[in-house]
Design a protein around this ligand. Structure first.
Ligand SMILES: Cc1cc2nc3c(=O)[nH]c(=O)nc-3n(C[C@H](O)[C@H](O)[C@H](O)COP(=O)(O)OP(=O)(O)OC[C@H]3O[C@@H](n4cnc5c(N)ncnc54)[C@H](O)[C@@H]3O)c2cc1C
Ligand SMILES: *[C@@H]1O[C@H](CO)[C@@H](O)[C@H](O)[C@H]1NC(C)=O
Ligand SMILES: *[C@@H]1O[C@H](CO)[C@@H](O)[C@H](O)[C@H]1NC(C)=O
Ligand SMILES: *[C@@H]1O[C@H](CO)[C@@H](O)[C@H](O)[C@H]1NC(C)=O
Ligand SMILES: *[C@@H]1O[C@H](CO)[C@@H](O)[C@H](O)[C@H]1NC(C)=O
Ligand SMILES: *[C@@H]1O[C@H](CO)[C@@H](O)[C@H](O)[C@H]1NC(C)=O
Ligand SMILES: *[C@@H]1O[C@H](CO)[C@@H](O)[C@H](O)[C@H]1NC(C)=O
Ligand SMILES: *[C@@H]1O[C@H](CO)[C@@H](O)[C@H](O)[C@H]1NC(C)=O
Ligand SMILES: *[C@@H]1O[C@H](CO)[C@@H](O)[C@H](O)[C@H]1NC(C)=O
Ligand SMILES: *[C@@H]1O[C@H](CO)[C@@H](O)[C@H](O)[C@H]1NC(C)=O
Ligand SMILES: *[C@@H]1O[C@H](CO)[C@@H](O)[C@H](O)[C@H]1NC(C)=O
Ligand SMILES: *[C@@H]1O[C@H](CO)[C@@H](O)[C@H](O)[C@H]1NC(C)=O
Ligand SMILES: *[C@@H]1O[C@H](CO)[C@@H](O)[C@H](O)[C@H]1NC(C)=O
Length: 794
């Protein structure tokens, strides 16, 4: 259930405030808030001395489908979530908690429960009402607010789309909250009432709710009997994100047979994707650069993974179809600081050139060489140029200039469309007879004969049918599922910390593990890193004519016609200005990126990323259902990172206060207050869950050929292997590393060549090669927030 992700962004402080109302039906007086756009209403009442319980009321405009939900901290991750939905004429509700942006588990704790108040709980022809006593729900920890907090933040979300399994409080799943979401502040003392005990007495023990079930599998693979495919391959690559596509294409160039597996669906129009925009039926939402800021609220949100700890794209192209198109060529230091021998900039620069030849990126995406919607650029050019003393560079031409510089945003765009390996590499692979792409096909595990992989087990995403696909003798498997997913494939193959493999063994995925004596203990999941993003808002009187969201999502004919020529504002991604700088201290050098835009006249948002040099790390594990989860969050958990962000925010605020160009919108905010409030969102730039190292000393997972330590022919090539975070967004460096890794694997392959270059099964040309083992897209549920997705209230 990726319903509440935007809540993450809200900790900084809510915009809307609650007020009192008395509910006609129950007579309860609530402190509440009604969203003026959707009509979603939430109220809360507490005793005169708040302790552990409260009464809540959710009134959701509904025609009988959809759901409403609230987060008791305003955040999605780690918070207690209360979700209610109509099931025919009754109301269902459940408590959830999630450690990531997906697959929240029903929250199970016998001291916390939902008890409906019958008169305030009903479904009528226009609404669903759910009024309840929440016992034990004021926890004062990460799950919910504390009874002594004077001002709390409640997040809310609603959808009108069908809930899957609506009859089960524990198995129901929810799609993205396309109807609306937001947050509001509530003063707890204003919700106090001496009548509370009477009102609470109206509650009855839940009959249609559940608060338990962590032991049961929400979906069990009922039939794990696998058939055996009659085709075999020299290379099987799992995951068609940027890394998987690049490595598969380079391997196919050698003439050996390559099978590229992707669990997701077609994406761009050219690949068969048909999630078209309303104004052009031959262009998908993925093709249009300007749509990248609005994908989480687009009609089709099935492209987001539902089984990963945080946001990722599960579609042909992976993250390159859902990301915000920033294409930041890595600087030399991104490699030189922490990558092992053979992977320094002098080693990889030739691979980078091979990438840039096919996929260069651009700071000018509109084919008419014009730039549109430029008030943010001109305003910030003045601010950073004068008040901050930064110099203008072209980020594509000068990747190594990363201190005190600003640039037009560098984008992965070509011909006015979203670019990336789906456009720049996949067609080349499809032209080769020895390459095959299999969509809707999820790899479950590698099949090992001790240190040798003999094949993979896959599952059809639509039917659940399992199949074993074998390698030719001398063949190899390359995992490219991304930093949030490749660790699962290793755990499922008996590789990683023993506790994670044991979770798989006792879990619900129906995975056959190798014998315990063959498990390989490597630090899979252990060195997770990401860029935290702090959103700084500034008032800027010079922003008088900024383009609004609707001008991109429902463009006028002028802009539609310009786009048909590869030009105009729709051919631009959402960012308007970027800057980079660094801070040096005794704790080392830390870099920052700023990504800036405006969605409202008078306001500029600076998304400040702490990047290369940060020292916080987290840990990625697996749940019994097979979803990955953060067992330790990767952000802001070292003092040095906190000090660096504090210093950088203060220096920008101070320059703004001394300028007449920008004014911090919140005049009381300081670096320290923002850092103390943990008001960051995830960067979606996850790396490090299977890092590369020079020796098998327990600190790394793959060797410098990207091969798993202790295995003969199992590789990882994706963001997981990066032992360090780059200075900018990750896709460009992920592509550079994939090019370099492909060269290493090709070199190994030619020395161990078996000469087997064809498969026993027929390999079809492209028209047929997009074979769909399954036929349906995973039913979906989505998330949000993250990179450059402007989800704050403004
Ligand atoms: C919302 C968002 C915004 C971002 N914005 C930017 C940006 O503006 N600029 C930038 O540079 N970077 C951005 N990034 C990051 C960038 O997209 C990623 O770093 C990059 O896509 C990682 O590439 P990858 O190949 O390692 O994995 P991914 O892109 O995650 O691709 C992995 C692929 O493998 C598939 N897969 C996984 N497991 C299996 C399996 N078992 N079987 C079959 N297939 C499987 C997935 O479906 C997916 O298609 C963003 C990421 C997100 C999520
Ligand atoms: C309710 O409205 C949604 C969104 O408009 C629609 O998809 C759904 O079919 C409607 N349900 C009913 C029961 O009318
Ligand atoms: C619920 O409403 C009915 C009808 O108005 C009323 O008779 C009953 O007393 C109410 N129950 C409670 C607990 O208030
Ligand atoms: C349904 O209930 C809501 C909430 O009490 C109320 O506002 C609305 O008027 C009701 N609709 C009908 C048709 O009775
Ligand atoms: C909800 O509870 C009521 C009262 O116990 C019961 O009549 C109804 O069948 C239940 N609905 C579901 C879907 O369980
Ligand atoms: C739920 O999970 C916890 C932690 O894994 C475990 O201790 C507990 O026994 C589980 N509860 C049930 C009912 O299985
Ligand atoms: C291989 O499998 C396909 C589909 O399962 C089948 O149509 C084909 O006849 C098989 N080929 C051989 C040689 O068995
Ligand atoms: C499995 O492989 C490892 C590493 O190559 C080797 O040490 C071990 O003896 C092998 N075990 C068996 C049962 O072959
Ligand atoms: C299980 O799946 C296999 C392979 O897809 C299929 O042949 C078999 O009939 C299925 N068995 C059941 C009981 O569904
Ligand atoms: C269409 O929208 C653009 C904003 O992108 C605006 O500049 C232009 O004036 C609009 N054209 C018409 C005809 O409304
Ligand atoms: C749709 O977009 C394509 C590609 O940009 C363009 O060739 C075509 O003319 C557009 N169609 C319309 C109706 O604008
Ligand atoms: C930090 O030090 C590096 C060299 O180590 C230098 O290039 C950079 O300009 C310094 N940054 C600042 C802000 O002084
Ligand atoms: C910034 O603008 C907003 C909206 O116009 C206003 O409420 C706020 O007070 C302003 N902040 C400052 C510091 O002027």
């Amino acid at each position: 259930m990726r319903t509440f992700t935007t809540f993450l962004a809200l900790a900084a402080g809510a915009c809307a405030q609650s007020s009192a109302y008395t509910d006609d039906v129950t007579g309860i007086t609530f402190q509440g808030y009604t969203d003026s756009t959707t009509g979603f209403k939430y109220g809360m009442a507490v005793p005169t001395t708040p302790a552990t319980d409260f009464i809540g009321q959710m009134i959701v405009p509904s025609n009988g489908t959809g759901y409403g939900g609230v987060s008791l901290t305003g955040e999605m991750v780690g918070s207690l979530l209360i979700v209610a939905w109509p099931n025919s004429d009754s109301v269902m509700a459940s408590l959830f908690e999630t450690s990531g942006y997906t697959s929240p588990q029903v929250y199970s704790n016998s001291s916390i429960s939902l008890n409906p108040i019958a008169n305030g709980t009903f479904v009528n022809s226009t609404h669903m009402a759910y009024t309840f006593l929440c016992t034990g729900c004021i926890t004062g920890n990460s799950l919910s607010f504390s009874a002594s907090t004077s001002s709390i933040v409640i997040g809310w979300a609603m959808s009108a789309k069908t809930v899957t399994n609506p009859t089960s409080a524990s198995a129901a799943t929810f799609v993205y909250h396309e109807q609306g979401y937001g947050d509001f502040g509530l003063t707890l003392s204003a919700a106090e009432s001496a009548s509370y005990p009477t009102w609470a007495g109206m509650a009855t023990a839940a009959s249609n709710t559940t608060t338990s079930s962590n032991s049961t599998c929400s979906s069990t693979s009922s039939n794990t009997t696998a058939t055996i495919s009659n085709s075999t391959y020299d290379y099987i690559v799992a995951g068609a994100g940027p890394a998987g596509i690049i490595v598969a294409e380079r391997l196919a160039e050698t003439g050996k047979s390559v099978l590229l597996l992707e669990q997701g669906a077609e994406s761009t129009y050219a690949t068969g994707g048909r999630s078209t925009v309303s104004w052009n039926d031959t262009i998908t939402q993925y093709d249009v650069p300007a749509m990248d800021y609005y994908l989480t609220s687009a009609p089709d949100t099935s492209e987001y993974c539902t089984d990963t700890a945080n946001m990722a794209g599960c579609i042909l192209g992976g993250g390159t179809m859902v990301n915000a198109m920033m294409f930041v060529r890595p600087q030399a230091a991104d490699f030189d600081d922490k990558w092992p021998t053979g992977w320094k900039w002098s080693d990889v620069s030739a691979s980078a050139e091979k990438l840039y030849e096919r996929n260069p990126g651009t700071t000018l995406s509109s084919m008419d060489d014009q730039r549109y919607d430029q008030q943010v650029f001109s305003t910030l050019q003045k601010f950073f140029g004068s008040a901050m003393g930064f110099t203008q560079v072209d980020a594509i031409e000068s990747p190594n200039a990363k201190t005190a510089v600003y640039s037009y945003p560098p984008w992965d765009a070509q011909n006015g469309l979203r670019a990336g390996p789906v456009k720049s590499y996949l067609p080349l692979a499809n032209a080769l007879f020895n390459f095959k792409l299999s969509l809707y096909t999820k790899m479950i595990r590698a099949i090992r004969s001790n240190s040798t992989v003999t094949g993979v087990e896959v599952e059809s995403v639509s039917t659940g049918a399992r199949q074993i696909i074998n390698l030719n003798a001398g063949g190899s498997v390359i995992l490219a599922g991304g930093a949030m997913a490749s660790p699962r494939l290793l755990y499922n193959s008996g590789i990683g910390p023993t506790d994670q493999i044991t979770t798989v063994q006792n879990g619900c995925q129906g995975v056959t593990l190798p014998d315990e004596s063959e498990w390989i203990n490597l630090p899979v999941g252990q060195n997770l890193r990401d860029h935290p993003i702090f959103t700084l808002k500034f008032n800027a009187t010079s922003i008088t004519d900024t383009m609004l969201a609707t001008e991109f999502t429902s463009p006028n004919q002028t802009d539609i016609d310009l786009f048909a020529q590869g030009s105009g504002p729709l051919a631009q991604s959402g960012q308007r200005f970027n800057f980079w700088t660094s801070l040096n201290s005794t704790n080392g050098t830390r870099f920052f990126q700023g990504t800036c835009s405006s969605q409202t006249d008078g306001i500029v948002n600076i998304k400040l990323y702490l990047t290369h040099g940060l020292t916080s790390t987290g840990v990625l594990g697996i749940t019994s259902n097979g979803a990955t989860e953060f067992t330790t969050d990767p952000w802001m958990n070292t003092d040095a990172d906190r000090i660096a962000v504090t210093t950088m925010i203060d220096s920008i605020f101070s320059a703004a206060r001394n300028s007449s160009i920008l004014t911090p919108a919140d005049s009381t905010a300081t670096g320290a207050s923002i850092v103390a409030a943990n008001s960051y969102v995830q960067g979606d730039h996850f790396v490090g869950t299977t890092i590369m190292g020079e020796t098998n000393d327990g600190n790394s997972v793959v060797d410098t050929n990207t091969k798993i330590w202790g295995m003969d022919n199992l590789f990882v090539v994706d963001a997981s292997i990066h032992p360090d975070l780059p200075t900018g967004n990750t896709q460009a460096i992920v592509m550079v590393v994939a090019e370099h890794a492909a060269a290493k694997i090709v070199a190994l392959g030619s020395s161990n060549s078996t000469g087997t270059t064809t498969t026993t099964g027929a390999v079809a040309p492209y028209a047929n090669s997009t074979s769909t083992v399954g036929s349906a897209v995973p039913s979906g549920t989505v998330a949000v927030a993250g990179d450059d997705d402007d989800d704050d209230c403004y």
